[in-house]
Design a protein around this ligand. Structure first.
Ligand code: A2P
Length: 287
């Protein structure tokens, strides 16, 4: 199938998600985040990704309202932070996010980081009780789709031992130079949509020689090659930019197609741009 901007990913029987999202990690709260979100919507984005820990949910909410585009036309994702683990705290976290975002529903809500064995021997129970809160908020109509972020297959399988509703998304670090192929393959085969955070390695991969050589061949930028690499890998990219021209550029990725040879060259690039945030190693509260 030829990719185009209108190809949504299907999350559930009733929920579809636009195939490129606008990422807001590290976008400073206040005027910057608000203007960025307005500019992104103006540029054509209809899918915005934020998180409670980013500290910019209020500005994302205001930006959406001030954009003049109706709420139903925007797909909005936010994430549950690790300090809010457990059933009751999760219910409150959902309501707090809704209030900050100034909306009465979240399109997609993600567990931001799994609780893992290294953090607690009760990690499975902790994730399960958080998930039970997700399911309650879903049943109450506050969330349209439920997912996870930074999970490995072992964490997803553990969650599914008690989950009534299976997670439909895993959002992970994915970019040339660090693209977690086993995790991506497993999730897709498991029927999940994989989303890429830092699809350009937070900018760290953009000077890479191979990427720039490929970009030149197609007369595009290294950033566009990164977005295309995600899409052609079956992964939904969430590029972040505070610059209105680059926001547009990052959506302008449907006029070229990377050859299989170039995809292979990207897949076999030496490691570059890895954030060092790993579910089982990084202290999640270092984010
Ligand atoms: P800026 O905000 O000045 O555009 P990621 O999406 O992987 O997190 O990468 C985001 C980083 O890459 C930001 O520093 C952003 O800077 C930069 N960036 C985003 N899009 C592009 C692009 N098309 N070309 C070059 N740099 C870009």
């Amino acid at each position: 199938m030829k990719l185009n901007f209108d190809n949504n990913f299907k999350l559930t029987d009733t929920v579809e998600i636009p195939c490129i999202g606008y990422g807001t990690w590290q976008t400073p709260s206040g005027d910057v985040a608000r203007e960025c979100v307005k500019n992104a919507i103006k540029a054509g984005y209809r899918h915005i990704d934020t998180a409670a820990i980013y500290g910019n949910e209020e500005d994302v909410g205001t930006g959406i309202i001030e954009s003049g585009v109706s709420r139903e036309k925007i797909f909005l994702t936010t994430k549950h932070w690790i300090s809010e683990r457990g059933y009751e705290k999760t219910l409150k976290a959902v309501d707090d996010s809704l209030k900050r975002l100034k909306t009465d529903y979240i399109d997609l809500y993600l567990i931001h980081w799994p609780c893992v064995e290294k953090i607690s021997p009760d990690w499975k129970e902790i994730n399960a009780s958080t998930w039970a809160g997700f399911e309650k908020a879903y049943k109450d109509g506050k969330i349209r789709a439920l997912g996870v972020s930074n999970f490995l297959p072992e964490h997803i399988l553990a969650l599914e031992e008690t989950a009534e509703i299976k997670p439909c998304v895993n959002q992970i670090e994915f970019h040339p130079g660090y693209y977690q192929p086993e995790n991506v393959k497993w999730c897709i085969e498991h029927g999940m949509t994989v989303e890429a955070w830092s699809p350009m390695g937070s900018g760290a991969v953009l000077n890479d020689y191979t990427l720039n050589k490929i970009a030149k061949k197609y007369n595009v930028s290294a950033g566009q090659v990164c977005i295309r690499f995600a899409l052609q890998s079956g992964v939904l990219p969430l590029p972040k930019s505070t610059n209105a021209d680059r926001m547009k550029l990052n959506l302008d990725v449907f006029g070229f197609e990377l050859s299989e040879e170039d995809m292979l060259a990207i897949r076999t690039m030496p490691p570059v741009g890895y954030s060092t945030f790993h579910p089982t190693e990084a202290p999640a509260d270092a984010l």
